[in-house]
Design a protein around this ligand. Structure first.
Ligand code: NAD
Ligand code: TYD
Length: 360
């Protein structure tokens, strides 16, 4: 049996990861530790909440006592840290919570696992700690040099408070590996898309607004480029790195799928219009709005290392993944409504209040 402790498992990528592990057919146990901020939604995990292989703790990764108690009680072989504040626009409004959660929370978690896992001889047995990081730590690439990519050797040069906090966390993770011998791994992935993404991010926000005939706000000139990966391919890469990655290493994750924001928005308009058979959903909904402060121009991952060393490559072409994503959002209009109205935040009390669910 393989035991995982996943933090931030009620968020977008974390919930996809939890669901994919439990559906994998392998002998796994998954403990999910989530503070249930605005981005954590237990409705994502409704299908597994009664699964005996799954357990939820509502706890904050910054809380040393709670985290130590959970790790002692559950003794996971692996810790995968997804928990973070993840939205760049929010980091521009309120950088402090990004420093506190993403840096302070990570350092706290590293201390807790180090104390819990260290053996008398200084070794850490079969344990592994994986930090889910982002390509945004590398900064921004120019638009006029399409042959430039982020490689694992690219110096970190973050620009937003979000990416600065993630880069800082990465340095701490590496330091705990180098200084204490903690068996750490880091993945740096490009932009994800797919089911359960909070509709403050580009793709779900544009799908929602298009369905409602509301304006689609495109920042600046719309020519900023992001490298999009279907979330399941990211989850597969994380699990592969956890099992087969070389300890202490960083692995970039991406599939050479770069698109400008305006291209993404126009694709969404076309597909939503087709699927709803609604010609009123057209490019006239696009509004160019004030640019994001410090807006990174282009992200582009070179995934050569994970492909060569671990044989990973993405399985979902963008044309297929975007249709699947749009169809998921169209079929889950109620989920979107509850997320945007905030109603989902009462779900924990409704679903777990009477069960005396774990709360650290
Ligand atoms: P998300 O915002 O959807 O989810 C974050 C989760 O963390 C939520 O469930 C939230 O409740 C939880 N959380 C926040 N603060 C917490 C705390 N102090 N203690 C415990 N739980 C806490 O984020 P996401 O998009 O799923 O991203 C997950 C991770 O992947 C993040 O670390 C992010 O930096 C990284 N990442 C995201 C992308 C992307 O495109 N979304 C790409 C690369 C890397
Ligand atoms: P986002 O989904 O916030 O991801 P990130 O900033 O982490 O890459 O944004 C993706 C791109 O889309 C980014 O260049 C900003 C842009 N964007 C818009 O143009 N309009 C929007 O309403 C949002 C949310 C993002």
């Amino acid at each position: 049996m393989e035991s995982y402790l996943v933090t931030g498992g009620a968020g977008f990528i974390g919930s996809n990861f939890v669901l994919s592990l439990l559906a994998s057919g392998r002998d796994v146990r998954v403990v999910n530790v989530d503070a249930l901020t605005y981005a954590g939604n237990l409705e994502n995990l409704a299908s597994v909440e009664d699964d005996p292989r799954y357990r939820l703790y509502q706890a904050d990764i910054r809380d040393a006592r709670a985290m130590a108690e959970i790790i002692a009680a559950e003794n996971p072989r692996y810790v995968v840290n997804f928990a973070a504040e993840s939205h760049v626009d929010r980091s521009i409004e309120d950088p402090g919570i990004f420093e506190s959660t993403n840096v302070g929370g990570t350092v706290n978690l590293l201390n807790v696992v180090k104390s819990a896992w260290e053996e008398p001889d200084g070794g850490f047995g079969e344990h592994r700690y994986l930090q889910v990081s982002t390509d945004e730590v590398y900064g921004s690439l120019p638009l006029d040099d399409p042959s430039a990519y982020f490689r694992e050797t690219t110096p970190l040069s973050p620009h937003s408070p979000y990416s600065a906090s993630k880069a800082s966390a990465d340095f701490f993770v590496r330091a705990y590996g180098d200084t204490f011998g903690l068996p750490v791994l880091i993945t740096r992935c490009s932009n994800n898309y797919g089911p359960y993404q909070f509709p403050e991010k580009l793709i779900p926000l544009m799908i929602r607004n298009a369905c409602r005939h509301e304006p689609l706000p495109v920042y600046g000139d719309g020519l900023n480029v992001r490298d999009w990966l279907y979330v399941e391919d990211h989850c597969t890469a994380i699990d592969l790195v956890l099992h087969e990655g070389r300890i202490g290493e960083v692995y970039n994750v991406g599939g050479h799928n770069e698109r400008s924001n305006i291209e993404i928005v126009k694709t969404i308009i076309r597909l939503v219009s087709e699927r709803l058979d609604d010609p009123a959903i057209d490019d006239s909904l696009i509004r160019f709005v004030e640019d994001r402060k410090g807006h990174d121009r282009r992200y582009g991952i070179d995934p050569a290392k994970i492909t060569a060393e671990l044989g990973w490559s993405p399985e979902t072409p963008f044309e297929e993944g975007i249709v699947r994503t749009i169809d998921w959002y169209l079929a889950h209009a109620e989920w979107v409504e509850r997320v945007t109205s905030g109603a989902y935040q009462t779900y924990y009390e409704e679903m777990y209040g009477h069960r005396g669910a774990a709360r650290a």
